[in-house]
Design a protein around this ligand. Structure first.
Ligand code: GAP
Length: 407
């Protein structure tokens, strides 16, 4: 089981060849900082988002999910500090605001707007809506998964630094004196997530971000870094945003953004802990963790050892031989049943069995089922495990349960 040199090049090439991720506008020479997800990459990304939503939102009672607009009113980003401060230095010493600016409406009605640089602001501007509609008690969180846009001066390292990317964010509202407890809670949860999604935990590290390098809104930040092939770089951030955003939006909008503490009958502005996770960086860290070149049964192979829960395809079904109609018929029956039970299932009868295994290993399919002549006699089929190559015979009616047990 070897990790390889030029790991990033190999991953980029696999992603393109096997339909995970393509350079955007490739037929026009590409478009720096933009990437298109193909069928397997899209499935992998969706599975990652679903797992995150389950762990951070759906399994909990104190979370509210939203999906806010991506184009954001100027006033919002003015109040949040992004219009004035969301900039990177250029080579000549001037600063460049990395928000994409656009305008909404025509003619005299046109107003400046921005593609959101973080999903967080859509959460803060909906704080009052959630409080009014759901009357949650502190602490509670509002969560969102969605696109964010930054006109990065030098996009690089594949999907690591892109100009259009996706974030999974929680703004967790707490009583001001309870921020440390919540910070520690989410810190632990992020470690739990790293293991659950299949990122190599031995390559993930925490970095306490010093005062001088923290974002304008943060009083404490921990960066979760990962040993990418191009160095140790930020994977996620966990920030204590204090009441910076709610207070600034309240001031600028002149709408009260407070919370009535039932115990003390006083109004408070909640403080915020923010776990912020990039989807695309998760995809890249997962791929870096899962990519192996090894030997199985004397044959070299490339394998993605993805957690079954996020694998784009859960199971592939093969007839042992393509030219035996009875095998093909049985295999197609199994495929159809599994498609209903499991969904992400493919049928493959191209080339020999060895080649089919290699193709599935390369995209991280945890199980392959082969239908052979014994299957017709005994009503069972071979289930082959991606990582060990081990095969077991399973009765056809039990196949779905067998696969789901480990997915
Ligand atoms: N709301 C807080 C926030 O946006 P950030 O550290 O600027 O904080 C959070 O971004 C996460 O978003 C990062 O840890 C990273 O995972 C992801 N991210 C940021 N910029 C990115 C980029 N240019 N390309 C891909 N992912 C990015």
């Amino acid at each position: 089981m070897e990790k390889t040199e030029n790991l990033l090049d190999k991953i980029v090439s696999l992603c393109k060849r096997r339909g995970f991720i393509y350079p955007s506008a490739e037929i026009y020479g590409g478009f720096a900082g933009f990437w298109d997800y193909g069928p397997y990459g899209f499935a992998l990304k969706n599975n990652i988002k679903q797992l995150w939503w389950k762990m951070f939102v759906a399994d909990r009672e104190d979370m509210y999910g939203i999906d806010a607009a991506q184009i954001t009113k100027h006033d919002v980003l003015q109040a949040s500090g992004h219009v004035g401060g969301f900039s990177d230095p250029l080579a000549d010493g001037s600063r460049f605001n990395t928000m994409f600016r656009t305008s909404a409406g025509a003619g005299e009605d046109a107003q400046t707007a921005y593609l959101r640089p973080e999903t967080a602001q859509g959460i803060f501007t909906n704080f009052k809506n959630i409080v009014d509609s759901f009357h949650p008690e502190l602490p509670f969180g509002i969560a969102q998964i969605g696109k964010a846009f930054r006109n990065e001066i030098s996009p690089r390292d594949f999907i690591f630094r892109a100009r259009e990317f996706e974030q999974m964010e929680v703004e967790y509202f707490v009583k001001p004196n309870e921020w440390m407890l919540a910070f520690e809670f989410w810190q632990k949860k992020m470690h739990e997530w790293i293991s659950a999604v299949g990122i190599d935990a031995t390559k993930a590290h925490e970095l306490e971000v010093p005062d001088s390098e923290r974002a304008h809104y943060s009083k404490r930040t921990i960066d979760f870094e990962f040993d990418f092939p191009f160095g140790r770089k930020e994977l996620y951030g966990l920030a204590y945003r204090t009441d910076f955003d709610l207070s600034n939006h309240a001031k600028a909008s002149r709408v009260e953004l407070s919370y009535l503490d039932e115990e003390t009958k006083t109004k408070i502005t909640p403080h915020v802990i923010e776990p912020s996770l990039g989807v695309d960086r998760t995809v890249l860290a997962v791929l870096c963790s899962a990519y192996f070149e090894d030997e199985l049964g004397g044959e070299k192979r490339v394998v993605l050892k993805l957690k079954p829960a996020i694998a784009p395809i859960k199971v592939a079904v093969f007839p042992l031989l393509k030219n035996k109609p009875e095998l093909v018929k049985k295999a197609r029956e199994i495929f159809t049943d599994l498609k209903i039970a499991i969904g992400a299932v493919v049928f493959d009868d191209n080339g020999n069995i060895g080649k089919r295994y290699r193709r599935q290993d390369e995209i991280g399919t945890p199980f392959c089922i082969t239908v052979d002549f014994d299957s017709l006699e005994n009503g069972d089929a071979t289930v082959r495990d991606r990582d060990s190559g081990k095969q077991e015979r399973v009765a056809i009616p039990d196949l779905a349960t067998r696969i789901q047990k480990d997915s």
